[in-house]
Design a protein around this ligand. Structure first.
Ligand code: ARG
Length: 559
């Protein structure tokens, strides 16, 4: 908000100088100023003049600008940079705007877009494991950020519900003479790893399972009945876990729903398709490709459709919703798959939407390897949650005396904040002890800070009323930090990076704690000062709560 205002001012005073796209940025030297403008160097090249001279010239124009006095306390040229220091009046005016305006003064978006978000993507009949955590919470967070920024979103879980694993489970059920009524979650959880192992050892069984899968896809009534029951049971469990994680979807479509559109898809793709060794493929290689780019396989030699086929058919189906973007929040290791799918989609004008793969790395254990159980299986999501809970409870004697619901919220914050604070593209190490601590860049630290401030606010009446005073450095730093809110949201939204929100939350909390430790509000006699500080804390905590919500984290009552 305030940065926008500074940009306007800079544009006004430089508009005859033919320099665009040079914005005010946060200061690299917070000891000298709050914001800086680096355009003098560019201008120096264009105008063949000395940057300092240009700077002085601009500064004298700034000083004549009608907004100068209300906005800035100081403006100067230092080594060719224009350093801008905000006035107390401006800081407090904008903080008041934030408190009183909708969405803390987030400016409405010029052109809201419709985003379809494809995240979650669990495969039914397999229990949810730690590998399903990242797509769920990164996707949910990006959805919330885009919505808050003012876009429209439709979320779709895109279940893996028509692949080989279903054929394998049906094969196992039939082998063990299980009837439809017998099927339950325990049986499924036991069966899938068993048959999947068998398939790796025995090609005949693998083949049988593939045939079952293919016949299921072609509509075999017996297999369809089994499939429906398996899906129902599995989905109940998946929905329970997502609900616990506070992750929600507008659409619960799956690969199976895309099958109806495959004939139409094949028609559209005909001009680009080729037969190769019995399979139907679409070449996607471009001349300037630096990496290997194999063709996309639309139909394999036994006539089965593959992962890419259903993704393309899903794009076709999603076109009915007229999205501007489709975002796939999926493991970075699938980047080749998406590259192939996107190329075919663009080549054949399947969609007008822009397609983006929002890739992420893996969550690793302390040994740097993907989180696994002792026998090498992926750790179940339920087990990760109970393990985290145990660690948190063991850290402090009286943790177990806390309210159950509060403990669950803290445990949830440990897992989510550990994850979302990373640049999503990178792998990260989930160090349970570290992320369970109330010290450091952790979920509990943020929640603890929030509650500590809330305690002060609860004691007083929560009204907001700011004068134009600022009392000391920690006070000013805190206020300046709060002013960055709208820009941070905008950046997180454009880059689809929840980590910007997580970093910012941490920064606010550091400022809050520094302020808290150095300034005692409790016994303060100066009523105006007290009201000013309470107002700043009120706004800060409102922002913290909102930012936590964007990271899918809820606040406990007490800790
Ligand atoms: N089910 C897939 C998997 O487990 C993820 C689905 C991602 N979404 C998509 N449209 N391909 O790898």
């Amino acid at each position: 908000m305030i940065q926008e205002k500074l940009n306007q001012l800079m544009n006004d005073v430089t508009k005859d100088l033919k320099i665009d796209n040079n914005s005010v940025i946060l200061s690299n030297r917070p000891d000298l100023c709050d914001y800086q403008w680096d355009g003098c160097f560019k201008l120096a090249k264009i105008l063949k003049q000395n940057p300092i001279e240009i700077g002085n010239n601009i500064v004298s124009k700034i000083k004549k600008h009608p907004n100068y006095l209300s906005l800035l306390e100081k403006v100067e040229v230092v080594n060719g940079f224009i350093n801008l220091t905000l006035s107390n009046e401006a800081i407090n005016t904008y903080l008041t705007k934030m408190q009183t305006e909708d969405k803390f003064g987030m400016p409405p978006i010029e052109k809201p877009n419709l985003y379809i978000l494809d995240y979650g993507g669990p495969n039914i009949a397999k229990p949810l494991h730690v590998g399903h955590l990242r797509p769920a919470i990164i996707g949910e967070s990006i959805k919330r950020i885009l919505n808050f920024r003012g876009h429209k979103t439709i979320s779709d879980v895109h279940l893996g519900d028509y692949g080989l694993q279903i054929g394998q489970v049906i094969y196992g059920l039939l082998e063990e003479n299980k009837k439809i009524e017998d099927i339950n979650l325990e049986i499924l959880e036991e069966l899938y790893p068993k048959i999947s192992k068998l398939c790796k050892e025995n090609e005949d069984i693998l083949k049988k399972c593939s045939i079952i899968t293919k016949e299921l896809q072609d509509g075999n009534p017996l297999y369809q009945t089994y499939f429906k029951k398996i899906k129902e049971i599995s989905l109940n469990d998946i929905k329970r876990i997502y609900k616990d994680l506070d992750v929600s979807f507008d659409l619960w479509n799956g690969e199976s729903d895309a099958y109806k559109d495959i004939p139409k898809l094949k028609e559209i793709l005909k001009p680009y398709s080729k037969l190769s060794e019995g399979a139907t493929i679409i070449p996607v290689k471009k001349d300037d490709d630096k990496k290997e780019m194999p063709p996309l396989i639309l139909e394999n030699s036994v006539g089965a459709y593959l992962y890419a086929t259903t993704d393309l058919a899903t794009i076709l189906k999603r076109e009915e919703l007229k999205p501007d973007y489709i975002l796939y929040v999926v493991d970075a290791r699938q980047s080749l798959h998406f590259e192939q799918v996107f190329r075919v989609a663009y080549l054949s004008n399947l969609t007008k939407a822009k397609l983006e793969h929002i890739g992420f790395g893996t969550m690793n254990g302390k040994d740097g390897k993907p989180f696994k159980t002792r026998n090498g299986d992926m750790l179940k999501l339920d087990d990760l949650i109970s393990k985290t809970k145990k660690t948190f409870l063991s850290l402090k004697e009286d943790n177990d005396k806390m309210d159950e619901d509060d403990i669950n919220k803290i445990v949830d914050s440990i897992i989510k904040y550990a994850d979302l604070q990373n640049n999503r593209e990178k792998d990260y190490i989930f160090d349970l002890e570290k992320f369970s601590s109330v010290l450091g860049k952790t979920g509990p630290y943020i929640l603890y800070t929030y509650l500590r401030i809330q305690k002060i606010l609860d004691k007083e009446n929560n009204t907001f009323n700011l004068t134009d005073k600022i009392y000391n450095e920690q006070d000013r730093n805190l206020r300046l930090e709060l002013l960055k809110f709208t820009e941070v949201i905008d950046k997180a939204s454009k880059t689809r990076m929840p980590s910007y929100i997580a970093d910012y939350l941490y920064q606010i909390c550091v400022c809050l704690n520094t302020f808290y430790q150095n300034n005692h509000i409790d016994g303060l006699e100066d009523k105006i000062k007290k009201q000013d500080w309470l107002s700043v804390l009120l706004l800060a905590n409102n922002l913290v709560k909102q930012l936590l919500n964007l990271l899918v984290i809820k606040v406990p009552k007490k800790m």
